[in-house]
Design a protein around this ligand. Sequence first.
Ligand code: PSU
Ligand code: MN
Length: 307
Amino acid sequence: MTSPFIVSPAVAEALADGRPVVALESTIISHGLPRPRNLAAAREFEQILLSQGVTPATVAVLDGIPRIGLEADGVERIASEDMAKASVRDLPILAAKGISGATTVAATAYLAAKAGVRVFATGGLGGVHRGADQTFDESADLSALAISPVAVVSAGVKSVLDIPATLERLETLSVPVIGYRTTNFPSFWLRESGHTIDWSVDSAAEIAAVMRNQDALGHGQGIVVANPIPLEQQWDPEEHDRVLAQAFEAAEAAGVHGKAVTPFLLGYIVDASGGRSLEVNLDIARNNVRLAAEIATAWSEGAPVRG
Ligand code: PSU
Ligand code: MN
């Protein structure tokens, strides 16, 4: 059988030469950012990597075929077409039907790892939803990281989710959670969620050393690298708290339940913040892309197993 996915020539050459590569997800472009800002953002994330000497590997499913690394037209397609949101379990279905999909953190991490790309930048991770004790709504991002050896740089999870439950599930799944220069797990728009994690690192090289030791131990999990947004770029905490409280009240008043709650809240938050949450969202993603580039560079330089 031929390969079930296509690695772009630029990514394949970089991997073969041992040069740094960073994977980028497409759901954030297709579903997480409004048009036309999303196309500009997709191009900008790739450009940031290139300017740091790193090959971008934006991941998406085009006409059924998972792609690790897109050409310019592929980037345009994820930004302009109405694509399915594709998690790991959707990949074989999209393949059989020959249709396109924007990959979530779960599917991006899974495909990146299969292709040998070991570092991935995103904005926020999916996690355990509030009320999951009733709905069982927990993102497959968590279970995918349990089987995908990729270091994922994110700014934690949005406070619309259940952050302590998300951290508990990552513990159960044996996925290391490492704060970049912090032990306070970030809550996406804010530097600190108030929930502490056990470990922090001070440098990209240290994360590469953790990856190497994880491999040496035969541990096939990913790593969550929690990278808080710089203080001067974070959303004003008072406005954040006020808008989130309003959003939860509005969801209650509108009688929104179950899986509809999160999209409702996120849509409400963007509108009620007058676009401010969106600008912070973009700064978060840029910041994560830059750190991922440093980690991929350290990884490609081949640090010794013991750091
Ligand atoms: N969190 C964000 N922005 C996003 C997502 C999560 O702050 O765009 C996207 C990511 O692609 C993530 C997905 O993988 O949502 C998780 O969706 P679900 O909860 O349906 O698994
Ligand atoms: Mn879900």
